[in-house]
Design a protein around this ligand. Structure first.
Ligand code: SF4
Length: 323
């Protein structure tokens, strides 16, 4: 990994509700190197989106709050930075794109207005130059007829085009880190592949580090070198993507890999991991995956495994017993 640009250490984020504190992220550690593409994978409710909102300073607060750990950007702890500092970071250094671009684009303004506003926030150019820069960004993300597109409204564009516009807006500040939260989930498979290709191209050309958050290990395999697997607010496995695909150490990762549809398989049923992610805080002791694990042992129901290993880490007694 190149020199790390963003480091998350022991991050704990909770939501404070009428029923008390609900821990959504519980001691998460990972780092992203300059120009690296890191995947964060897990089912809904595993804490991956809360982790990204914590990094961006966009947690709805209240009820959300970072209650422990640190988030360092280029060595500066930003976990409790003031909103004015976070606004600056979001405009210049760390950008984010979301799953559904329609909810992020304002339907009553043209693409040009919104793109130029995003550029103007960190670069006070004259209007003519703003328009030229906006057209340049649209070309960069592979949108043809850039000049006409600037005059169109979000509803006139397809889902894939809207996501490209969102990526153009996010890239308008030349960010050092781009967080992409399920950027292809709402798109058709062919468009998905184009958006992933675009992200790879931008990473190559601009050296922007990308944190790709997804529930889909197949997507991770296409674009990432390293992956962090999250389950119930914790990292359960981390390492090189190829290594993890070939030799998963955690039963949850193994289940995710087995759940990827295989066109050549003769089985008439797709594999699914039984059960669902537990409600945060609902399991008081033991391994959080124990109720769903095919390999559960007595010890798993009483003790909590630690994340151990060097370049390939996992949080599972099974593996630790075997070593
Ligand atoms: Fe399964 Fe036990 Fe490993 Fe947890 S620690 S994943 S329950 S084998």
């Amino acid at each position: 990994m190149n020199q790390s640009i963003l480091e998350v250490k022991g991050l704990k984020t909770s939501f404070f509700t009428d029923d008390g504190e609900v821990p959504a992220v519980d001691g998460v550690d990972f780092s992203v190197g300059e120009g690296e593409i890191l995947g964060i994978v897990g089912e809904s409710g595993c804490g991956k989106s809360v982790t990204s909102l914590s990094i961006m300073g966009l947690l709805p607060s209240p009820p959300g709050k970072i209650v422990g750990g640190s988030i360092s950007f280029k060595g500066e702890d930003i976990s409790h930075a003031k909103e004015s500092r976070m606004r600056k970071l979001r405009g210049n250094d760390i950008a984010m794109i979301f799953q559904e671009p329609m909810t992020s684009l304002n339907p009553v303004f043209t693409i040009g207005d919104q793109l130029m506003e995003a550029i103007r926030l960190h670069n006070r150019l004259p209007k003519k130059e703003l328009a030229a820069r906006a057209a340049e960004l649209l070309k960069m993300v592979g949108l043809p007829r850039a000049k006409e597109l600037l005059k169109e409204y979000p509803h006139e564009l397809s889902g894939g085009m809207r996501q490209r516009v969102m990526i153009a807006m996010a890239m308008s500040c030349n960010p050092k880190v781009l967080i992409a939260d399920e950027p292809t989930t709402a798109l058709d498979v062919t468009i998905q592949a184009q958006i992933l290709d675009l992200m790879l191209k931008l990473n190559r050309e601009t050296h922007t580090a990308i944190i790709l958050i997804t529930h889909d290990l197949g997507v991770v395999a296409q674009v990432c070198k390293r992956v962090v697997v999250m389950y119930a607010g914790k990292v359960v496995e981390e390492g090189d993507v190829k290594d993890i695909f070939n030799h998963p150490k955690h039963p949850y990762t193994e289940g995710l890999i087995r759940s990827i549809p295989d066109l050549h398989s003769k089985k008439d049923k797709l594999y699914t991991i039984k059960g669902s992610v537990p409600r945060p805080g609902s399991i008081e002791k033991g391994c959080l995956f124990a109720p769903r694990c095919e390999y559960v042992m007595d010890k798993c129901r009483t003790d909590s495994p630690e994340l151990v290993g060097d370049s390939h880490k996992s949080r599972c007694f099974l593996h630790q017993v075997q070593e």
